[in-house]
Structures are given as structure tokens and as C-alpha cells.
Design a protein around this ligand. Structure first.
Ligand code: GMT
Length: 380
């Protein structure tokens, strides 16, 4: 690569709602604003990309159906699209988010176009290491792919350490944390929405996730049940997923139907997050917990699982709250304490907003990815 030229980057991620797709998309948007040409290669347009953006080109992965196939081989179709885009558009780097199966496709594409022409960067996000990658049928290939990537990043030190521990790999893994654009995720006057969701001045709690078992949504309802018994409160549930039917049943059985609102999947989370007083994220583990960082940037206190990487941006009792996800009583007590003490709540909001913007702001984190790309390409 010519040193004066910005690199041309291919990005692959899961396009549906989920933190890894959000990080990949926001990274692509920020890289494009800094002058990189960015090519998204995915099965669908990533959900935060649904507007025209200069310097961003989307390449859908075509998946032919053939009667012999029981399942269409997405990994191969993705590899083919990656190699075609790399050749046609002159990609310097293919940066994949979530190792399985994206790194496999990138590795194949690199073999097709030549290792001197295309570098592979893998960003590990979470369950690609902590759950899926450890399935016996995926373990050896995940380890192989980590070692075959030209660079590997992890979104927290927790995830880096976990990757080294589980896969016993000597690969040099760089921690580049998740980030938030504090101009987009910012406090805003939500009096109209507050009037709708909390007409009698109730406190508003929110949970936003893809409602998979790892998000521990039943704990959200149990904690909320205790909080609303102590003070007037309502709960907003944002997102959807496999656990939602059970969550609805739990809410009904607890007699909480009038205090809980289901908002479904919300693409523009930044327009709803600031309405909350407290975000609940009691996941069984969370390699980072991006939505908690976004909530902090919006001036919302985050009560987050202490299992995983959230302690890398939340200092318990200072800019947010960390608790064991099985400690329902402890989570409820912490929530009630902060919600019933306006001075403490305001202090946590201020600290959280400041820390999110200063240490995890988009510009300082995106710079770390650009420096990584530069280092990789300078080694040619
Ligand atoms: O690994 C996953 O569960 C999927 C992924 C996603 O797409 O939502 O979530 C992970 O990546 C996010 C972005 O880096 C992190 O904020 C989440 O903590 C992480 N999820 C888990 O570790 C459970």
C-alpha cells in the first residue's frame, strides 16, 4: 500500500441486531469518514447501515440453493464473494467480526487471491470464544483460524485472556475495546416519552438485548419485580429473541403486565435509551456489554453482570453498578438504592457519561484499528 493512501477495507459481520454487527458497522462508518473505502460483505445489509454513505459499498453474499444441499454452504459463498470483491475493488484488508464462520471464509479468500495481496484481521467478540468456539466440533478450527489470521483483536482483556486460556494459543492478541459515538448516544430531553411510559413519575428501567439465554432475561424480570415492590417503577424491554416467549409468561405469572412495555427491535436505540433511569444487563457473562456503554453515554446508569469484561469500563459504585448475575436480591437492592437517591444517581450519570466519552469514544478507538491496519500493511 502507498503510505499516503488510506487502506481499502472489507468488513464482514452478522447483519442482524447484535453487538458484534453494531461494532463492525460503526467502525466501517467511522473509517469511511476518515477517507477509507469500506466494502461490507454480508448476507444482508447490516441494520445500522440503512442509509446512503459515501465511501461505503455493500456486497450481498449470494447463496444458491441446490436440491443436493441440506444447508446452503454460506461459508463458501462468503469466501467467493470476499475474493471477488478483494480482486475487483483492491481490498488491502478483510476485517471479520466474530470468528465463526467469518474467519474461515476470509482465510479461504486469502488463499484464493494470494496472502501478499490480502490481510485477514479477526475481531473476537464473545460467544465465538466463550461458547460456540468451544463446541467440540468447532474447537480445532477456531484455534486454527485464530492462528491463521494476520492480526487478532479482542474487545476486552477478559476475552483476550479467555482466548489464550481456552485455546492455548501463542497468537498475539491486541485488545481494542468497543466504543461509542458520544455525539449520537447522548442525553436528550425525553419528557414526552417519559410522560407516555411513566405517567405518574415512575422510575424507568430498561433491558435491551437479543433475548438469548446468555442474556439471562428471567433475572431482569425477577429484579424488576423486587424493585417495583419498593418504589413505583416500569420496565421497558427492547429487542426480541428466543427467550421472549418465556419472558412474557414470567411477566404474566408475576402479575406485572401493566408495568412492562415491549418495544420490539429498535434500530435507532439512541432515540430510546436516554429515557431510562437504569439499564439492567444481568447476563450470565458478557465479554464487553456494548449496550451498557451506550447507555452510560446517554446518561443512563448501567447495572451489569460482573462476569466478563464490563469491569473494564464500569467501576462499581462510581460510574455504574456491577453485580453477580445470580444475586437477584443484590441487584434489586443496588437498583433501589441508586433510584431512590437523586444525588447518587446524578453523580453516577455524570461519571458514566464522562468515562464513556473520554476513554471509549469512537475517535480514540477507531484510531487504534487504523494503526493496526497501517502496521500490517507496512510489514509487506
Ligand atoms: O458473542 C455474542 O454473543 C454475540 C455478540 C453480538 O453480536 O451481540 O455479542 C458479543 O459482542 C459484543 C460486541 O463486541 C459484546 O458487547 C458482547 O458483550 C458480546 N456478548 C457476549 O459476550 C455474550
Amino acid at each position: 500500500m502507498n503510505s499516503a493512501k488510506m487502506p481499502t477495507i472489507g468488513i464482514t459481520c452478522y447483519p442482524s441486531q447484535g453487538g458484534s454487527g453494531v461494532v463492525a458497522t460503526e467502525l466501517g462508518l467511522h473509517l469511511s469518514r476518515r477517507g477509507c473505502e469500506v466494502h461490507f460483505i454480508a448476507s444482508e445489509l447490516p441494520f445500522r447501515l440503512r442509509k446512503f454513505h459515501e465511501n461505503i459499498i455493500y456486497h450481498p453474499v449470494e447463496m444458491p440453493h441446490y436440491p443436493v444441499f441440506q444447508h446452503s454452504p454460506y461459508t463458501l459463498s462468503l469466501a467467493t464473494t470476499m475474493s471477488e470483491v478483494a480482486t475487483r475493488c483492491g481490498l488491502d484488508i478483510i476485517h471479520v467480526h466474530y470468528a465463526i464462520p467469518h474467519t474461515a471464509s476470509a482465510y479461504l479468500a486469502q488463499q484464493m487471491v494470494g496472502a501478499d495481496k490480502l490481510k485477514v484481521v479477526t475481531t473476537l467478540h464473545g460467544t465465538d470464544i466463550t461458547l460456540v468456539g468451544q463446541e467440540p466440533s468447532f474447537f480445532p478450527i477456531t484455534r486454527f483460524l485464530i492462528e491463521k489470521s494476520d492480526a487478532v483483536t479482542a474487545v476486552s482483556s477478559f476475552l483476550k485472556d479467555e482466548t489464550i486460556r481456552v485455546f492455548d494459543t501463542g497468537e498475539d492478541i491486541q485488545v481494542i475495546p468497543n466504543f461509542v459515538d458520544a455525539r449520537v448516544f447522548a442525553p436528550s430531553d425525553m419528557s414526552n416519552l417519559r410522560q407516555r411510559f411513566a405517567p405518574n413519575g415512575e422510575k424507568l428501567l430498561m433491558h435491551a438485548s437479543n433475548f438469548r439465554p446468555v442474556k439471562n432475561p428471567s433475572a431482569v424480570i425477577e429484579v424488576f419485580a423486587k424493585v417495583q415492590a419498593a418504589l413505583p417503577a416500569r420496565l421497558l424491554l427492547v429487542g426480541d429473541g428466543p427467550e421472549m416467549a418465556d419472558v412474557r409468561r414470567q411477566i404474566k405469572e408475576a402479575g406485572l403486565c401493566d408495568q412492562v412495555e415491549f418495544l420490539g427491535q429498535v434500530d435507532n436505540l439512541e432515540e430510546i435509551l436516554p429515557v431510562a433511569d437504569l439499564l439492567l444487563l444481568p447476563s450470565l457473562h458478557e465479554s464487553f456489554g456494548l449496550v451498557a456503554l451506550e447507555a452510560m453515554a446517554c446518561g443512563v446508569v448501567s447495572l451489569v453482570t460482573n462476569r466478563g469484561g464490563a469491569s473494564e469500563f464500569i467501576q462499581d459504585g462510581i460510574n455504574g453498578l456491577l453485580r453477580d448475575p445470580e444475586d437477584i436480591q443484590g441487584m434489586a437492592e443496588a437498583a433501589v438504592q441508586v433510584l431512590s437517591d437523586p444525588v447518587l444517581h446524578a453523580q453516577m450519570v455524570d461519571e458514566g457519561r464522562r468515562d464513556a466519552a473520554a476513554e471509549f469514544g469512537a475517535s480514540c478507538v477507531v484510531k487504534q484499528y487504523l494503526e493496526l491496519y497501517d502496521r500490517l500493511l507496512a510489514n509487506d
